[in-house]
Write a protein that binds this ligand. Structure first.
Ligand code: GRF
Length: 193
């Protein structure tokens, strides 16, 4: 059975775009169906990309709303979709315990650093400023902390020879795109319940 998923975004949506293309015609075709692309930001450029690709999108603006009130609304909205997984792809809002508990171990995130060492936003800038030789991309379950959930997979990003933050971000994003598809495919296919 294909897993029913929603992809959550807040901005650009480059990971989302790769996932949608792979669902439509690539590696993820047989393992999941995207029931919804959801955003908390009406201006998220990724919403238009998803629409143009023919996927259902929806936005509930979160600005000015209390975390739990907003999450309750989103939970109500998602309920009829009967989702198996929620895939975060640049979703910039911290989820409340209420939300996490409703989808325990079924919310997955990609984080542009080793989540054991660096949490929060700015993973590439952090790695660049540290002058590291290598950093990691992490795919993890989302728990009640920020980037603290159990690690599902990590891939190494070689930083030798990288001259600018922009170069690092470009190289890192390319790895994210490749990795997220492959790791999600494995998760969805292993989960046969
Ligand atoms: C990515 O670097 C991802 O790892 C992080 O947020 C960024 C989202 O980029 N969680 P995009 O919207 O997928 O282009």
């Amino acid at each position: 059975m294909k897993k029913r998923i929603a992809i959550f975004i807040s901005g650009r949506g480059s990971n989302m775009e790769v996932l949608l293309r792979q669902v439509r015609e690539g590696l993820l075709r047989d393992s999941c169906s995207v029931e919804l692309v959801f955003s908390n930001c009406p201006a998220a450029p990724g919403l238009k990309i998803a629409e143009d690709l023919g996927f259902l999108t929806s936005c509930i603006p979160s600005a000015g709303k209390k975390r739990e009130d907003f999450d309750k609304k989103v939970l109500e909205f998602l309920q009829p979709l009967n989702l198996d997984y929620i895939v975060l792809a640049g979703y910039m809002r911290i989820l409340s315990p209420l939300f996490i508990q409703a989808y325990a171990r079924r919310i997955i995130n990609i984080h542009p650093a080793d989540s054991r060492v660096f949490q929060g936003v700015g993973g590439y800038a952090w790695a660049f400023e540290q002058g590291l030789q290598k950093t990691y991309i992490t795919v993890h379950y989302v728990d009640e902390g920020v980037d603290t959930g159990d690690i599902i997979a990590q891939r190494e990003l070689d930083m030798r020879g990288i001259k600018s933050l922009q170069e690092l971000e470009e190289k890192g994003l390319a790895l994210e795109h490749e990795m997220y598809v492959e790791v999600l495919k494995e998760i969805f296919e292993k989960d046969r319940v």
